[in-house]
Design a protein. Structure first.
Length: 188
């Protein structure tokens, strides 16, 4: 997992691309364009990244580094990265888990790992599709042809999507097309 300062983001002021890369660079560009109400998007999820643009650019960047949290004892086996959480299952599920080697937790870990392997490509494509849709909705939701482009996106009709977005501002068009290309790539 990447830290918040190293994740790939893209910043827009209106429909103009102002930064692409790490969050620190995007924060500086957003600060320089703060009168244009910039939007920053996480490239992996398409979710907007909220920044407090008050003060100087260095103030904005300084706020991106969270203060160190005080150490507190964690439940589970933190040295192994295990986190204890609650799972709600039906009695028949608990009965089956109780018969599995290693106990319920080990069986659940195996089931999750197997499901992750089997659905990795489908999950990556779905997440990429959702990222494109989030960005499109935020930046192009009022454009002519937006709804048809969204239909083409969910139909995974790349040629139609490219055709419908051809008239969009170049920076926005290129960004959503770049994000959309991930829908068709096999997962790493």
């Amino acid at each position: 997992m990447t830290s918040s300062s190293t994740r790939a983001v893209t910043a827009f002021a209106g429909h103009r691309l102002i930064a692409r890369g790490d969050l620190m660079a995007a924060a500086r560009a957003a600060h320089a364009n703060r009168d244009d109400q910039p939007l920053i998007f996480d490239d992996a999820t398409g979710r907007p990244v909220d920044l407090d643009l008050r003060g100087s650019a260095e103030d904005v960047v300084a706020r991106l580094s969270p203060p160190a949290a005080p150490a507190k004892p964690a439940r589970g086996r933190p040295k192994l990265g295990v986190t204890a959480r609650e799972v709600t299952l039906l009695p028949r599920h608990w009965e089956w888990l109780a018969t599995q080697p290693g106990g319920a937790s080990a069986a659940l870990r195996r089931l999750v790992d197997q499901a992750r392997r089997e659905t990795a490509e489908t999950d990556a494509a779905r997440q990429a599709l959702e990222a494109v849709y989030r960005v499109m909705t935020a930046l192009a939701g009022d454009f002519a042809g937006y709804e048809e482009a969204a239909r083409a996106l969910f139909a995974r009709d790349r040629a139609r999507f490219d055709e419908l977005t051809a008239g969009w501002p170049a920076d926005l068009r290129d960004y959503v097309r770049d994000l959309n290309a991930r829908v068709y790539l096999p997962s790493p």
